[in-house]
Ligand binder design. Structure first.
Ligand code: HEC
Ligand code: HEC
Ligand code: HEC
Ligand code: HEC
Ligand code: HEC
Ligand code: HEC
Ligand code: HEC
Length: 253
């Protein structure tokens, strides 16, 4: 069904822009059949980006309809873009074949061979605390924070603001003491970590680079998701925490 449907309609002309559905490079083509006009089925953190379209992840109509592709199972994944401390805007390396970028690291990856050999699906994968990925991120096309208010209600209810469920105390009674045991290898958060980070830094400074950046000045992976007061300073939500914020660089001097 998916093969016939997408292949046949690839050559159909959309009367609103005179492009064939197969040559269109944006979501308007897919929204002709998939819930679009009001539902906006693509509405999460990625969907809000004008440079990320359905085709950026799935490839175009011909790629979805490719003969031999296993529909409903061979889908895109997170690590095709979120790898090596980067965020690519294209999961496919070729939109007409739908070939996914190979992943260089598994920090933000879906589980291999899930739910079956050779398949790796977000919907079935689990991460920190053996919870579904979607417990902290929401569903595939509405990854927190979403442009629709309703999608954000759960994250607001458990931690007070919309976005990835990131507050340790949304689930734990108190912030657990750990250097790498949090989600995706995260350390503790807050004043207890300010006291504890020194020995972690002395023991394995280069491990801090994967999130705080190779220059230790912060990256998108060291953003504080909400305003925090740490060590007598206030950091605004979205501030990329670096090692120069409180002292002169990673040696702590
Ligand atoms: C002409 C109508 C139509 C258009 C246009 C369309 N789709 Fe679909 N799509 C469908 C239908 C119907 C199904 C369900 C097929 C089935 O039941 O197997 C589907 C299923 C899918 C699936 C799930 C099944 C699979 O193959 O994995 C994906 C992914 C998908 N479409 C992606 C897209 C993308 C991306 C676009 C735009 C480039 C698009 N579709 C445009 C009608 C359409
Ligand atoms: C096409 C590439 C691509 C794919 C595939 C992708 N992402 Fe993203 N993602 C991005 C980009 C680019 C950004 C940065 C968006 C921005 O600038 O706000 C992002 C941002 C995010 C954020 C941060 C949101 C915020 O506001 O801080 C989260 C969380 C996220 N993605 C989770 C996921 C998950 C989970 C998956 C898999 C289901 C996934 N991403 C798949 C490209 C992708
Ligand atoms: C940021 C990447 C990304 C974008 C953009 C994206 N998808 Fe998906 N899509 C996925 C992933 C990942 C899956 C597999 C989810 C899973 O593992 O369960 C998926 C699965 C699907 C499915 C199968 C059913 C389901 O919900 O799991 C359909 C249909 C689909 N996408 C259609 C679309 C359409 C239509 C658009 C544009 C309006 C779109 N997608 C945009 C990443 C994306
Ligand atoms: C307990 C909550 C939790 C679970 C479960 C979880 N994550 Fe995350 N995820 C987070 C947090 C918190 C961040 C932000 C990390 C950071 O900024 O360093 C994040 C960030 C991400 C990002 C975005 C990285 C970026 O560039 O901003 C992706 C992709 C991602 N997770 C994928 C997954 C996948 C795939 C799974 C399941 C295998 C999963 N997550 C399970 C909490 C979780
Ligand atoms: C969405 C809920 C959720 C969030 C948010 C969360 N955790 Fe957890 N965490 C769990 C669950 C569930 C377990 C597994 C508990 C078990 O197996 O008994 C767990 C287990 C742990 C463990 C293993 C030891 C233990 O206490 O059981 C550590 C360490 C940990 N989490 C640290 C963190 C840190 C640090 C953060 C914040 C950066 C965090 N977690 C955020 C749900 C969460
Ligand atoms: C998995 C990604 C990741 C790694 C690895 C990592 N950090 Fe962080 N770090 C973060 C994030 C995200 C924040 C912002 C947390 C927040 O405020 O919620 C942060 C914040 C901090 C803070 C400020 C305290 C706070 O609660 O905001 C210090 C200090 C810190 N990191 C030190 C380190 C040191 C030292 C290392 C290496 C031993 C390290 N980090 C490794 C992601 C990481
Ligand atoms: C929120 C503020 C804050 C941030 C951000 C921060 N530190 Fe610190 N750091 C401190 C404080 C406070 C001390 C203790 C200073 C003292 O004892 O005089 C310290 C001390 C240290 C020390 C010990 C220095 C010594 O005297 O031996 C090291 C190493 C260190 N930090 C590394 C890092 C690294 C690496 C980062 C970035 C990943 C980082 N710090 C980010 C507040 C911070």
């Amino acid at each position: 069904m998916t093969e016939s449907l997408h292949t046949l309609h690839a050559s159909v002309t959309d009367p609103t822009n005179n492009l064939t559905l197969g040559s269109s490079s944006d979501r308007s083509a897919c929204y002709r059949c998939h819930p679009g006009a009001t539902t906006k089925c693509l509405r999460g953190a990625m969907g809000k980006q004008s440079n990320i379209q359905c085709q950026s992840c799935h490839g175009d109509m011909n790629a979805v309809g490719a003969h031999g592709r296993q529909g409903w199972l061979e889908e895109p994944n997170c690590q095709a873009c979120h790898q090596n401390a980067l965020r690519y805007t294209e999961a496919v390396t070729n939109a007409t074949t739908g070939t996914l970028r190979a992943s260089l690291d598994s920090r933000f990856a879906t589980n291999a061979n899930t739910p079956s050999a050779g398949i790796s699906m977000y919907r079935f994968s689990t991460g920190h605390g053996n919870m579904q990925c979607s417990a902290c991120h929401g569903s595939t096309h509405a990854i927190y924070p979403s442009s629709h208010t309703e999608d954000n209600l759960q994250s607001i209810a458990v931690q007070g603001y919309a976005g990835t469920v990131a507050e340790c105390t949304a689930c734990h009674d108190s912030v657990p003491q750990t250097t790498t045991g949090g989600p995706h290898g995260m350390h503790s958060v807050g004043s207890t970590w300010v006291s504890a980070h020194k020995s972690a830094a002395r023991n394995n400074l280069t491990s801090c680079q994967s999130c705080h950046g190779t220059d230790y000045r912060g990256s998108v992976l060291s953003k504080t998701p909400t305003s925090r007061s740490l060590n007598g300073k206030t950091f605004a939500a979205g501030h990329q925490i670096g090692c120069y914020d409180c002292h002169n660089g990673p040696s702590g001097d």
